[in-house]
Design a binder for this molecule. Structure first.
Ligand code: ADP
Length: 161
């Protein structure tokens, strides 16, 4: 059984994240989308809401059979060890992602040598989007419907009201 962990803040899940999830779903037997509970990072959505949105988006895509959604605090390597995960998935958008991701994967490898990080290049049409940019554009009234699921759009609208 090949289990892969796709970790992130997912504040909120975007089409870029979903594209990565879809692409890895045909490669690994089981995927855990791991929402990081990092008290040092200020998120717009609560941990529970971020998880709920991911579950609902994956349900619509009929992807919940082999994908589960979980959350974890603390180090990714501790969670991976506990769950017997040897593969972590990360997405790369631009060269600006590279340096951070390189250091992160090297540090994780140092702390837990069995862990491999696999990188997927972002799809062209989503390569410039991030959860932060989506929230900013939405805040100023821009159309983000191409970049998030209607489920996420609805949640953003609820917060803005
Ligand atoms: P984090 O705070 O850990 O970076 P994010 O939710 O921002 O969490 O991102 C989770 C993962 O998804 C990261 O590997 C990030 O590079 C990747 N990612 C984010 N946006 C996109 C996108 N538009 N296309 C592909 N990968 C993406």
């Amino acid at each position: 059984m090949k289990i892969a962990l796709y970790p992130g803040s997912f504040d909120p899940i975007t089409m870029g994240h979903l594209d990565i999830i879809k692409r890895i779903s045909s490669i690994f037997d089981t995927i855990i989308v791991g929402v990081i509970n990092n008290p040092n990072k200020k998120c717009l959505f609560s941990l529970e809401k971020r998880k709920e949105m991911i579950v609902n988006v994956l349900k619509v895509e009929n992807l919940l059979k082999k994908i589960s959604v979980d959350s974890f605090d603390g180090l990714l390597i501790d969670y991976s060890r506990k769950k017997n995960i040897n593969v972590v998935i990360r997405g790369l958008r631009a060269t600006s992602d590279f340096e951070y991701e390189l250091n992160l994967s090297l540090m994780n490898k140092e702390l837990y040598p069995k862990l491999e990080t696999f990188f997927l290049m972002a799809a062209t049409q989503y390569s410039f989007i991030s959860s932060n940019l989506i929230k900013e554009v939405f805040d100023f009234g821009g159309d983000i419907s191409k970049y998030v699921s209607p489920i996420v759009l609805e949640e953003l609208r609820k917060i803005k009201k």
